[in-house]
Design a protein around this ligand. Structure first.
Ligand code: SF4
Length: 595
């Protein structure tokens, strides 16, 4: 390795205080400087940090946004999520291939442009979209593509140096603002109210509000904070999960754009309640363009005395927030994976229990909450538990943000009171002739028109916020297949039920879709789905079969029209199926001798 490159790497490692837990940041910075993470580069990082090379390789090979192969000048990542395909992503993809002179997964002949597909980047309300050198570009038409490629080659408009909110082409798309998240609040007003109480009383107020986690599981927030506070440790940590990777979700993007202050206020209150001095926001890599704006907002709060030492004049209450940027891994939305990633490792889920409240970041008590949950907690402190608990339903107090996308006139973010029914939401979004609604993303529920009276709340249809609408002309089974493919891609591979099960589910689905299935295959599909759900280690595997299971239940005709009776034996080309294995093993097929 050239000595100037080695010096660059060592300087970067030093800038991060040779802190092993900052390995993700170090690798990202080195990649920004040198174009990619070569074997030599990783060796130098490992040496400078005093850790084995395998730890660097292990981490870097896990994330989609780290490039280990060769220097890439410009990378176009076209989002291939379900809604993007519904909005003619394929035509945009073909235009990119024509303009760049290479297919997706390849680099242009002059080496200047790399084309890749990427799962949902949080822009389903303005599809088709892409990350161009990490800068989001939305509502792309095929006609826009030659101009984009020209600008890329000119090295100005889409330069990596311009990754910021100002350079991004993203609409806010806040369609409906409600009373909890998107109403104005004076900076610091909620913190000051919290500081007039003891930490225990703050937790009591959150308990009285009956606030539940907005990620979808709905664990009571006050109870989580209480568990965390009561656990002894060298330090306590507040962690904000801003890794909204569930396809079709983009409401955190709008919160982080419109009211990041409310989030910081909520995190600071959590810090006071659980006794933490440090908080982290785990920001998904796809939202890197928001990093600079968020940093400026944090800085403003430090100047106002709302972060740092002796917050809001309270002697001894010190709390600050650091932003950790992810690098493209859906599984990091799972809280234990997120914590591993935050520690600078590959985002493999941990065994649970123990849960993060007792054994979280650096094995210390940590409270991991969703962006929306922290915002709601701040509002509870500002306006009171009584005010908050009157909104919504008995078991689902407050409001919920929905990211509405797909076949509707007004895609965007809606803040609704818990308890709204699907039919009303469809009307609000201007959706007609709807075949199905996917509530909660691929890991959620596919709802049929007969159930459009069902309501968004923990008692009926809980959701993290994704709400995808499919019109009557959509091929619903093809959409289920895309979701099945997504889970195959995103499985971290640690446990067999998920690693193998997701692939078997996809293959079985393909067999049925090709008309080669019997009613026995349908039964096997359902059994397999339930096994994957039951036996998988983390939330990803436990929900990976949901698109299949919920459509089997709610849209049985989708499948039954394709399958034959129990006695149907599909035609099977034995030699064709064995050919790749025979070729790999270098053997000749065994020909049975006639007796
Ligand atoms: Fe990894 Fe899937 Fe197992 Fe979770 S369920 S640990 S994502 S293989």
């Amino acid at each position: 390795m050239a000595s100037d490159q080695s010096s660059t790497i060592k300087a970067i490692v030093k800038a991060f205080d040779s802190d092993r837990s900052r390995l993700m940041d170090i690798a990202q910075k080195v990649q920004d400087e040198l174009g990619y993470l070569s074997e030599e580069t990783m060796e130098t990082i490992a040496e400078a940090l005093g850790i084995p090379l395998v730890e660097v390789r292990d981490m870097a090979s896990f994330y989609a946004f780290f490039n280990l192969e060769q220097k890439r000048e410009n990378v176009v990542r076209l989002c291939n999520a379900v809604v993007e395909k519904m909005k003619d992503m394929d035509s945009v993809g073909r235009a990119f291939e024509k303009a760049a002179g290479c297919a997706f997964g390849e680099t242009s002949p002059d080496g200047s442009i790399r084309l890749e597909y990427t799962p949902c980047i949080g822009m389903s309300d303005q599809a088709p979209s892409a990350l161009i050198n990490d800068i989001p570009v939305t509502s792309i038409c095929p006609e826009d593509v030659p101009r984009i490629i020209k600008d890329l080659k000119a090295g100005k408009k889409y330069s990596r140096a311009n990754v910021s909110s100002a350079g991004a082409e993203v609409d806010k798309n806040l369609i409906k603002a409600g009373s909890v998240i998107f109403s104005p609040m004076e900076k610091g007003s909620a913190i000051r109210k919290a500081l007039n109480m003891s930490p225990e009383d703050v937790i009591n107020v959150i308990n009285q509000s009956r606030l539940r986690g907005r990620g979808g599981a709905g664990f009571p927030t006050g109870m989580k904070w209480n568990f965390c506070r009561k656990t002894k440790g060298d330090a306590h940590y507040v962690i904000c999960n801003a890794d909204e990777g569930e396809p079709g979700t983009f409401k955190d993007r709008v919160i982080l754009t419109e009211c990041p202050d409310l989030l910081f206020e909520g995190m600071t209150i959590a810090g006071y309640a659980i006794g933490a001095q440090e908080g982290f926001i785990y920001l998904r890599g796809e939202y890197l363009y928001l990093f600079e704006t968020l940093q400026k907002e944090l800085e403003r709060r430090r100047h106002l005395g709302l972060l740092g030492k002796n917050i809001a004049g309270r002697s001894g209450f010190d709390f600050d927030i650091r932003i950790q940027v992810g690098a493209g891994a859906y599984v990091c939305g799972e809280e234990s994976s997120l914590i591993e990633s935050l520690e600078g490792k590959r985002g493999a889920p941990r065994d649970r229990p123990p849960y993060p409240v007792t054994d979280g970041y650096m094995h210390q008590p940590s409270s991991v909450n969703n962006v929306e949950t922290f915002c709601a907690a701040a509002r509870v402190m500002e306006k009171g538990a009584g005010w908050f608990s009157k909104i919504g339903t008995k078991d689902s107090t407050g409001t919920k943000l929905l990211s509405i996308s797909g076949d509707c006139a007004h895609p965007g973010v809606y803040e609704i009171e818990y308890g709204e029914c699907i039919a009303d939401l469809l009307e609000m979004a201007g959706a007609k002739d709807v075949q199905a609604v996917q509530v909660g993303g691929p890991s959620g529920t596919c709802v049929a028109p007969k159930d459009f009276g069902r309501t968004i709340c923990f008692e009926d249809l809980p959701t993290g916020g994704s709400f995808m609408i499919f019109g009557k002309d959509r091929d619903l089974l093809d959409i289920v297949h895309q979701f099945a493919e997504f889970f195959v891609e995103e499985s971290c591979g640690w446990c067999v039920p998920c690693r193998v099960g997701t692939t078997l589910l996809k293959q079985k689905l393909e067999k049925i879709m090709a008309g080669n299935g019997s009613s026995l295959d349908l039964k096997e599909l359902e059994d397999l789905g339930n096994t994957v759900k039951l036996m998988s280690r983390c939330g990803l595997g436990q929900t990976a079969a949901n698109p299949i299971l919920t459509t089997l239940q709610n849209f049985p005709k989708l499948y039954s029209r394709l399958v034959k009776g129990d006695d149907f034996v599909p035609p099977f080309d034995y030699e064709k199926a064995l050919a790749p294995g025979i070729e790999m093993a270098g053997r000749q097929p065994v020909v049975e001798e006639e007796v």
